[in-house]
Design a protein around this ligand. Sequence first.
Ligand code: HEC
Ligand code: HEC
Length: 347
Amino acid sequence: MKNIFFLFFAISFISCSNSSEDELYTPIPLEVNVPSNFPEMVYNLDNNPVTEAGFELGKALFYEGKLSANNAIPCAFCHEQAFAFTHHEHTVSHGLDGGIGTRNAQPMQNLAYQSEFMWDGAATHLDFQPIIPLTSEVEMGETLSNVITKLSETDYYKKQFAKAFENGAINSENMLKALSQFMVMMVSSNSKYDKYVRNEDGVTLTDIELDGLTTFNQKCASCHATDLFTDQSYRNNGLSINPKFNDKGRFNIFENPEDLYKFKVPSLRNIEKSNPYMHDGRVATLEAVLDFYDSGMVDNGNVDPVFRRDDGTLGITLSDYEKESIIALLKTLTDNEFLNDERFAEF
Ligand code: HEC
Ligand code: HEC
């Protein structure tokens, strides 16, 4: 009798905490866009299926200052949608208390299709990537446990974690899963180029854009490969060593001398909007990027052999028209639907 009473009490207690309809676990699935011109998705959605409530929670977290020590630096501080989620007008980004980082904020797009993250591949799973900015002293400077405490004190998060996860727990595992649910939805695949490649809506490329595509396929696509525009390898493209940071890139991960000054080949999607360029933002414009490939490379000791010309010099020879046409092509990779997509915008 006593036990039954206790059970009754316990059930009424649980149901009491779930009394309002909208605090119940409600797994309404959301479909992740799988463009027909993309390679295989890497992220395993079976381990973290995207739901409406999980996505909404992930988005709230992405725009949430409480993820940082001073409650003022959300992820979106450095990842602004209009600029393909980069830190606009910053060569290297700055975060907590004006702390200056050493790298240019990468765009956030098509993350479900990537196996490694950051310029040097320091993160090998999307679910764990956010721990790096969250705990970095020059970015958000916070601890996971402090964040969880702060979120647990907020009615919205109590309700939203309960809706998004079966166990309803406000913990770092669920927080990271929700952030990933938001991030895997960020698919950019509706640029003019995509519509041309997929034969959609009668979209065609102009003569100069087509010429750019031909030159690009000959001279750039070995690294900026597939319709992701990256083969996801680490390469050294002949930038001079920046004395301010002496960032050794991929070398930092395994300390393998062959990796010196190699950085992850960046995607070129939305490149028109994500200036400045390169891992430290040292190049301001696309014109300057192409001038760099043509005549600005330096021998930093480990430049990719692809760039070695027959006469021993480094670079990719490009005529003025080739530069102009490649830029025309790169501009067809701007995806305004993605850049203006309300689903990713702040509430
Ligand atoms: C202070 C600025 C700043 C903040 C805040 C910030 N980031 Fe970043 N983000 C960067 C920079 C800089 C890089 C490149 C870092 C590197 O290569 O070491 C980056 C890289 C990334 C990448 C890798 C993209 C790729 O293609 O490999 C992802 C994903 C990402 N950030 C997500 C987030 C999330 C989620 C948050 C919030 C939890 C966040 N960022 C907060 C500046 C920031
Ligand atoms: C051998 C591989 C390779 C080839 C070939 C190559 N790139 Fe790159 N590209 C890279 C790497 C690696 C980076 C990043 C380097 C860094 O920041 O340290 C990069 C950076 C860029 C960037 C800056 C992107 C950003 O988000 O900052 C642009 C634009 C670019 N490349 C365009 C081109 C074009 C156009 C061509 C052909 C003319 C080309 N690349 C050929 C490897 C390559």
